[in-house]
Design a protein around this ligand. Structure first.
Ligand SMILES: Nc1ncnc2c1ncn2[C@@H]1O[C@H](COP(=O)(O)OS(=O)(=O)O)[C@@H](OP(=O)(O)O)[C@H]1O
Ligand SMILES: [Mg+2]
Length: 424
């Protein structure tokens, strides 16, 4: 039986909520929260000894922020710091859930894909932190989840579970004097309904990329990017189960290494990795091999997400010797960006529409690490068209030396596949 927020904690949180006055705009300490009027109930945490007892450890997010990054002087430095803090906090909630997940924590969406209390919880925390930390401009977020299913009859229990998880995560972090009501929880999820587009700034979030991997106990990522005038200008990938230094086997694990990597990149400032618990950021770069024989390639773990027969044929044409490294989520982009492998191939089945949140953060981490990310014809990915990427050819990534031969192999393999008569 998984641990839930214990009764004393539940009572504490409930009483804190009950005695908190509704926020009036003049009292709100974080101006951006004005955009979500029913969002929060504030109270003075410092006066509450019980809440202090819930704060068992220093927030790793806060420590991560104090480390100097290459991007410190960039025009997006404040946004990058907020994004790292948001992703780190969300990662903590996801880790808690993954360790003790129950059947009732998982639901099925309209498209039959799974969604968990952690997907919702992660989206809520990222929305909240961004609203609190980024105080300039209007707030817009394109995110994967919405609250529709949680507003239906019968969803009361899961909504309560999400509310408890979010508030417990906030209560454990000394930098937050805030709890959310259930209306606040729903509003925070729905703050991700933006359509994005070519003008203005839009955050792009996959609160859990690779939910199937998350459920399997495997790799997943919290993926957050910022679009400015249609271009990705920063990206953060939190990968709680990825070894910090490198991966060296097909399961994405490596022996004796610290686990939990936070990748980040800002346009023009390079890409970095640090531990999720706050080690100093280290600059990363893609591997420099120009010999496909030495190259290994990443692809989706799920056979339904990419055509493994096509990727096998591409690898064979290139002369790649090593078997594919199959891991879930944009952790693949992070691993590629620091040179764990040389190539990433993704070829969904016909009819699948790629979402921008599945690639925005990963793509900038790779390009700022010196790599290239394109569609199967060599075109840059266009994140300015709304919630979808609108490409149907596939996505490839590698270093600049290998890209010409990779593109050639991709074109040949696609042509050959198209010539094979369909069995139907
Ligand atoms: N049919 C189909 N084809 C292609 N892609 C699909 C498909 N269905 C889902 N998805 C998306 O894949 C996301 C998971 O990322 P990956 O495919 O890289 O990882 S995995 O190894 O397959 O788990 C996954 O992200 P999450 O939904 O956030 O888990 C989906 O956005
Ligand atoms: Mg997701």
């Amino acid at each position: 039986m998984a641990a839930r927020v214990g009764l004393p904690q539940q009572a504490l949180l409930a009483s804190a909520l009950a005695r908190s006055p509704s926020p009036s705009p003049a009292r709100l300490p974080y101006p951006p929260l004005l955009r979500l009027p029913t969002y929060c109930r504030f109270f003075s945490a410092s006066a509450d000894a019980g809440l202090q007892n819930l704060r068992r450890r220093l927030p790793f997010a806060a420590r991560a922020m104090s480390q100097r990054s290459e991007a410190a002087g960039s025009p997006y430095a404040a946004e990058l710091a907020a994004a790292k803090k948001a992703v780190s906090l969300a990662a903590r909630l996801c880790q808690t859930v993954q360790q003790e997940i129950e059947q009732s924590d998982v639901q099925s969406k309209a498209d039959k894909s799974p969604v968990t209390v952690a997907d919702y919880g992660s989206q809520i925390l990222v929305s909240l932190v961004l609203n609190m930390e980024v105080t300039t401009g209007s707030f817009s977020m394109v995110a994967e989840e919405d609250s529709e299913d949680l507003r239906k009859d019968g969803a009361e229990e899961i909504l309560e579970r999400i509310t408890d998880l979010v508030n417990e995560t906030l209560a454990e972090d000394a930098s937050f004097n805030i709890l959310l009501s259930q209306e606040g929880i729903l509003a925070a999820i729905d703050s991700g309904k933006s359509e994005g587009g070519p003008s203005g700034r839009h955050w792009v979030l996959d609160p859990i990329d690779g939910t199937k991997g998350f459920l399997r106990g495997g790799q997943y990522a919290i993926a957050l990017a910022l679009l400015d005038e249609g271009k990705v200008v920063l990206g953060v990938l939190g990968c709680p189960n990825l070894p910090l230094s490198s991966i060296n086997n097909l399961n994405g694990s490596s022996s004796g290494d610290q686990v939990g990597a936070l990748f980040s990149a800002t346009i023009g400032c390079g890409a970095e990795v640090q531990s999720l618990d706050g080690s100093p950021p280290q600059k990363i770069s893609v591997c420099s091999t120009d010999n496909p024989v030495n190259a290994s390639f990443f692809e989706s773990y799920e056979g339904a997400h990419t055509m493994h027969d096509l990727t096998g044929s591409i690898a064979e044409k290139l002369g790649v010797q090593a078997p594919p490294v199959r891991i879930d989520s944009q952790a693949k982009y992070g691993a590629l960006a620091r040179g764990d492998g040389a190539i990433y191939l993704r070829f969904p089945y016909k009819g699948y529409r790629e979402k921008i949140w599945d690639h925005a953060a990963g793509a900038i981490v790779v390009t700022e690490a010196g790599g290239l990310v394109t569609d199967a014809s060599g075109n840059d990915l266009d994140f300015s068209k709304g919630r979808f990427l609108d490409l149907d050819t596939g996505i490839i990534a590698t270093n600049k030396q290998l890209m010409p031969s990779l593109l050639k192999a991709v074109q040949e393999a696609i042509k050959e596949k198209d010539q094979v008569p369909s069995p139907l």
